[in-house]
Each structure stands twice: as structure tokens, then as C-alpha cells.
Design a protein around this ligand. Structure first.
Ligand code: UD1
Length: 417
């Protein structure tokens, strides 16, 4: 298992290019299951999660052709095996995103239940309930969801909570259903909008994406798409935090703050000077950050996927911050690892109290999930001395060439195989 060794205490400085969004690319690649025609996607990030999904799509019979450095053509004409096996789904929960498109197009699907994961139970009951409301017959046997429907029917669906992949799965399924589907309490995340735009370019009739009510008029068939994946707002936020924690000055290219208001506001509250351009973000950190309290909630509120990174910056900021996690029940695992670097953090249920310390010291730590790993990288960059982060396969799921990008900003980072 690879490790990352980081020599901390260097202020990051320079320019780095942000990749396409993992959480937009995953559902958008699944949308290729909805049509027999070929679709062309660009700005795809090179990530393990994307390779896992392509492997899964190829197993189902989808043609996969790489095109240039960040492009890809998917061709669903020979889709013949609507099965997502356990060994692939267990490594990536987002594989559940094939369920809706498969039932809609093939009339059946067998998808392994994803099971729990480190950050919480993460059930998929809302995906199942929504498809049942559209007339799918669903049984769960031997760890597999088996869904059948000769043709899905439009329905009014109100999810019990805001679910991002749930909204995406149901929106994709509804595109080929008979009649109108209304998804209430829909997720408003920008990645849902990016997927909706891709589906619209395939001939889907969708309105309201980006609001909490999405209406979809089903059509008989969709055609191929040409779509450029949006920039990764979480990767963007992570590099902003890394620069902030090290007292650095960076310019992030090919990205936008359009979907990052809550994160940019908090960084400004922490004392950072942030200048926004159309396709770039500039950040200059103060000598010492001020603590910032936050509470995670569905978009447009503060994203749970940025909570761990803000715990790292609060660990070295001046003051006391409270962090409240409202989306996942077990998403503070990075706290005990940050404590190994000298952070002062107290956890009580879904609340963390972080008392900033003057300096962190390098140590050996272990990554537990994707964003937890990012918080350890940020803390390691800010700490004095060397930190070795173990189990960075988590990091490779969501951050493209992280050591190369950090090195471009002057960090001393080394991958140990
Ligand atoms: C997506 C993101 C993930 C992010 C999360 C919350 C992708 C590929 N992943 O995950 O990075 O952290 O949104 O912004 O886009 N829930 C249920 N039943 C369901 C569905 C969800 O109880 O059927 C619960 C979950 O356990 C969780 C909450 O709803 O507590 C939100 O989860 P959800 O938005 O579905 O997360 P994901 O879509 O899995």
C-alpha cells in the first residue's frame, strides 16, 4: 500500500490546474447506459473511482474508448449484462448509480447492495423507494438489488432526506419513463445540474435541476451526448485550504468559485484574501488564520466533503471553532489522526470543538476515508517536520496526481510504494 511522506512547514505558492469533478463524472458516465448511441465526454479526472466505474460499464457490454488526455467515448449499443457485482460495488458506493439507468433502458438490473462504509451506514432505501414508485418490482436477495420493469412510469416522489446520488439515479431513470416524474426534496448540488445538462443534451426533458423540485417528462429514446465535466469544487476547496493552512499564496486555474460560496466565505472569515476571476481563484493567506465555526448541510450550505479539510485548518488557527456534521453520523475519524500531529480536538456526538495550536508536529498517521485523507495532507503541510500518511489509496480515489500538483506549489511530497 502506498504512503505519502510530506515535509511540512513550507508556504505553498504558485499555480495549479483543477481537474474535472469526480462526483459529476460518475453519474454522467452512467448516463451513457441510457442510450444505444455513443457519447463523448471531456475533462474527466484520472482517478481510481473513474477507472472502477469504466471497468463496471465495460463488463456490462458498454464500449469504452479513450480519447486524448481527458476524453472518452462510451457506446451503449451492445449493453447486454445489466449486473453490478459485489467486488466492484464494495470498492465504490457510487456504482449504485447504474441502477436507475439499467432498469429504465434494459427493463432489469442486478446491483449489489453497497453496504456501510467508514463514514456511516449510507443506506440506499430512497433509491429503491423511488424506483418502486415508478413501478419497478424490486427484491433484495443475497445482497443484491434485483429490479424489473417493462417500462417505468412517471411518478411523484418525495425523498425522506436530501440525497445526491438518490436524486441522480431517479432523474436518470425518469428520463425514459412513461409520463412525468416529479422529484421533491431533490438535491440541489451543482453536480446534479451538470448531470441534468448532459441528459438534456441527450434529448431528455428536464426542468428545475438546481432547485428542490425537478420535473422530468419521459421520452421513448435518448441519443448520444457531447459533454464537458464541470470543475471539481471539492478539489478546488481542498487546495484553497492547503494554501491557507501553510500561509501560502496560490492561483487555481480552470475552476470557478460559482459553486463554492460557503467555502470561500469561510476562508475569508478566516482572514484569507480571495480574488475571483471567471476561470481562476487567487488566495493569499494571512500569517495566522482565525478559527471558523461551521455546520455541514446539503448544498448550498457548507459541504460535508469540506468538513475534514476545515478541521485541519482550524487545528492551526487562532481561536476555538465548533464543527457540526449533520449529513453523516461517523465523519470525524480524521480527528484522532490530527491529534497525533498535536491538534487539540474534542468530539461529542456530531460536534467537534477545535482549539487552534501554534504548531503541529509531523508524525505517522493513517488515512481512513477520502476527505479524511485530504485533511491529513493539509495538516501535514502545515506541520513542522515529516508526516507519513498511510493507506493513501483513499486519496487516489478522489485527487488526481496529488503529489505532482502539490510539488508544483513548492511542497516537499514523496510517494512511498
Ligand atoms: C454524495 C457524494 C458524497 C457526499 C454526499 C453528501 C457522490 C458520488 N458522492 O454521496 O461525496 O459526501 O453526497 O453531499 O456524489 N441516505 C439514506 N438513504 C438513501 C440515501 C441517502 O438514508 O437512500 C442518507 C445517507 O446515509 C446520508 C444522507 O442521506 O446520511 C445524504 O447522503 P447522500 O446525499 O445520498 O450521499 P451520496 O449520494 O452517497
Amino acid at each position: 500500500m502506498d504512503k505519502l511522506a510530506i515535509q511540512g512547514g513550507i508556504a505553498l505558492s504558485g499555480e495549479v490546474t483543477i481537474s474535472g469533478a469526480k462526483n459529476a463524472a460518475l453519474p454522467i458516465l452512467c448516463s451513457a447506459l441510457l442510450t444505444a448511441q455513443s457519447s463523448h465526454f471531456t475533462n474527466l479526472p484520472h482517478l481510481n473511482d473513474i477507472s472502477t466505474l469504466l471497468h463496471l460499464l465495460a463488463q456490462m457490454g458498454v464500449g469504452v474508448t479513450l480519447d486524448g488526455s481527458d476524453g472518452l467515448v462510451l457506446e451503449g449499443g451492445s449493453l447486454n449484462n445489466p449486473l453490478a457485482p459485489y467486488d466492484l460495488v464494495k470498492t465504490m458506493r457510487a456504482s449504485i448509480l447504474v441502477l436507475g439507468p439499467l432498469v429504465a433502458r434494459c427493463g432489469e438490473a442486478r446491483v449489489s447492495l453497497p453496504g456501510g462504509c467508514a463514514i456511516g451506514a449510507r443506506p440506499v432505501d430512497q433509491h429503491i423507494k423511488g424506483l418502486q414508485a415508478m413501478g419497478a418490482e424490486i427484491t433484495v436477495e443475497q445482497g443484491y438489488i434485483h429490479a424489473k420493469a417493462s417500462r417505468l412510469k412517471g411518478a411523484r416522489i418525495c425523498t425522506d432526506m436530501v440525497t445526491v446520488t438518490g436524486t441522480e439515479n431517479l432523474m436518470m431513470a425518469a428520463c425514459l419513463a412513461d409520463g412525468e416524474t416529479i422529484i421533491e426534496n431533490a438535491a440541489r448540488e451543482p453536480e446534479v445540474v451538470d448531470l441534468a445538462n448532459c441528459l438534456i443534451s441527450m434529448g431528455a426533458r428536464i426542468s428545475g435541476a438546481g432547485t428542490d423540485v425537478i420535473r422530468i417528462q419521459g421520452v421513448e429514446k435518448l441519443h448520444g451526448a457531447q459533454h464537458r465535466i464541470m470543475p471539481d469544487r471539492i478539489e478546488t476547496g481542498t487546495y484553497l485550504c492547503a494554501a491557507a493552512a501553510t500561509g501560502g499564496q496560490v492561483r487555481l486555474l480552470k475552476t470557478s468559485a460559482a459553486y463554492l460560496d460557503s467555502v470561500v466565505d469561510k476562508l475569508m472569515d478566516a482572514g484569507c484574501d480571495i480574488q475571483l476571476e471567471r476561470d481562476a481563484i487567487n488566495l493569499k493567506a494571512p500569517q495566522r488564520l482565525k478559527s471558523v465555526s461551521l455546520r455541514t448541510a446539503p448544498y448550498p450550505a457548507f459541504p460535508t466533503d469540506m468538513q475534514a479539510q476545515f478541521m485541519a485548518i482550524n487545528a492551526v488557527a487562532d481561536g476555538v471553532a465548533t464543527i457540526r456534521e449533520t449529513i453523516f453520523e461517523n465523519r470525524f475519524m480524521h480527528a484522532s489522526e490530527l491529534q497525533r500531529l498535536g491538534a487539540d480536538i474534542q468530539i461529542e456526538g456530531n460536534n467537534a470543538v477545535v482549539r487552534g495550536v501554534a504548531r503541529l508536529e509531523g508524525a505517522t498517521v493513517m488515512a481512513t476515508d477520502l476527505r479524511a485523507s485530504a485533511s491529513l495532507v493539509i495538516a501535514a503541510l502545515a506541520a513542522q517536520g515529516e508526516t507519513v500518511i498511510d493507506r493513501i489509496y483513499h486519496l487516489d480515489r478522489g485527487y488526481e496526481r496529488i503529489e505532482e500538483k502539490l510539488a508544483r506549489l513548492g511542497a516537499q511530497v514523496r510517494r512511498i510504494h
